[in-house]
Design a protein around this ligand. Structure first.
Ligand code: NAD
Length: 416
């Protein structure tokens, strides 16, 4: 299996490693190696030109020992069941590390969202939800946004679920617009959470954040908000990129102005005063902090040696391959793993679910304060294991996540 196509096998070997280090019962390891449910559906919709479009949809529910399944839905043309399963497994560990009462799930639709109209995407979303409806619900499985899905998509998910039930159920999806029950701060949460982890790691590693240079791959929801939050604490964003390529400006970029340029021209490239560069070149820029915030398998055995940074915070899911992990560890680069670094999104999703269940709306300040408390606690819980085991942070985080889920399974026992 090639390095670039090893999502599920990587997740399984990570589980095996954590299980070995934890001395886990083999039966529990076997249970955690499989998702509890994997659903594949065919989504047939009428396209705007009158023809029929058929798209594959997937929902994988990994484990729910600590609470209802929780995980994003991504629209991405090359999605596979194995990849979605690996991502669902990561969600199980992530929710446990963040210590929120959810299990792990993930969904995907094989579609190039950029090639469809808003109406077509709405029809795909609603049809997809109707096909997996009986397995969703606020106490069963709660979707959230992911790659190429957003607050609007979640509004359609929640509305479709509510229409089929016959009454309004805001707690059936998170990451919704604020006016229909979304939480203040949810859109920014993943990016902000990444920066909370960087602050903790910088403190532990003696890295000064004032004027620290930051490179961000991916300028979508997570990348953009990580840039804003990094700017707020005095870091300098020297390079960003999107699927079309990147831009580099050693004096620093204003993320809001770059976003305005991207909205106008559909690309971050050709921004005034910046040098255009490829995504490969961007990853190799000398910087203090590198934030991959786009796709899987971006830092591999092929380019890890050329990475020139003190710290990597994995905002994206699975951006570093195991081969690259080893090289980066030898280079003594501090790597904050995805299951910890990007858990801010699901943490505020949990806050949104709680607010919906209690029909409350918390002010932004309260949400941000609770997010910081949760992220700092999760970071320190992982660091405590890292110190005890003398391991890298990914292994420490996995031990924390897998250990908590295994404990819940053991306590619940097997039925019947
Ligand atoms: P998004 O769709 O808003 O943005 C994705 C960005 O990546 C876009 O700027 C896109 O142009 C860029 N991109 C796509 N292909 C690229 C490539 N080959 N090279 C460089 N850039 C590329 O998605 P998002 O919500 O920001 O998610 C980004 C990552 O963060 C994903 O891995 C996702 O699973 C992860 N994540 C997201 C959340 C969340 O709350 N949105 C939470 C946890 C993890």
């Amino acid at each position: 299996m090639s390095e670039e196509h090893s999502g599920l096998s990587v997740s399984l070997s990570q589980l095996k490693l954590a299980a070995k280090k934890l001395g886990l019962d083999y039966g529990i390891q076997k249970m955690l190696s499989q998702p509890k449910r994997s659903i594949s559906v065919s989504i047939d919709i009428r396209l705007d030109n009158g023809s029929v479009g058929v798209f594959n949809g997937i929902r994988v529910q990994h484990w729910d020992a600590r609470g209802p399944f929780k995980g994003g839905i991504r629209f991405y043309q090359d999605i596979t069941v194995d990849e979605v399963t690996a991502l669902a497994m990561l969600m199980t560990w992530k929710c446990a590390i963040a210590d929120i009462p959810f299990g792990g799930a993930k969904g995907g639709v094989c579609v190039n969202a950029k090639k469809l109209s808003k109406h077509e995407l709405e029809r795909i979303t609603r049809r997809y939800v109707s096909l997996i409806f009986e397995y969703l619900g606020p106490q069963r499985d709660i979707p959230a946004p992911d790659l190429y899905t957003d607050a609007q998509t979640m509004a359609w998910v929640m509305d479709t679920y509510s229409q089929l039930k016959g009454y309004r159920i805001p707690e059936s999806a998170t990451g919704k617009p604020v006016e229909i029950g979304g939480s203040w701060g949810r859109t920014e949460a993943t990016g902000r959470g990444v920066i909370h982890c960087i602050k903790q790691a910088a403190e532990n590693n003696g890295l000064r954040l004032k004027n620290a240079s930051v490179v961000i791959q991916g300028f979508g929801n997570v990348g953009y908000h990580a840039a804003i939050a990094a700017n707020e604490i005095g870091c300098k964003i020297v390079a960003v990129s999107d699927s079309t390529g990147g831009i580099y400006c050693p004096d620093g970029l204003n993320p809001m102005n770059v976003l305005a340029h991207k909205e106008e021209t559909m690309t971050v490239q050709n921004y005034k005063g910046c040098k255009n560069l490829t995504n490969e070149e961007l990853l190799e820029i000398k910087c203090d902090i590198l934030i991959p915030a786009a796709l899987e398998n971006q830092i591999t055995g092929k380019n890890a040696d050329k990475i020139n940074t003190h710290m990597i915070a994995e905002a994206a899911n699975g951006p570093t391959t195991p081969e690259a992990d080893k090289i980066l560890f030898e280079k003594e680069i501090c790597l904050i793993p995805d299951i910890l670094a990007n858990s801010g999104g699901v943490t505020v999703s949990y806050f949104e679910w709680v607010q919906n269940l209690t029909r409350e709306q918390w002010p932004l300040e309260l949400v941000n304060q609770k997010l910081e408390t949760k992220m700092t606690k999760a970071f320190n819980d992982v660091e405590a294991i890292v110190a005890k085991e003398e391991s890298d942070m990914r292994t420490g985080a996995l031990m924390l996540g897998v250990g908590r889920v295994a404990k819940a399974i053991k306590t619940l026992g097997l039925w019947p």
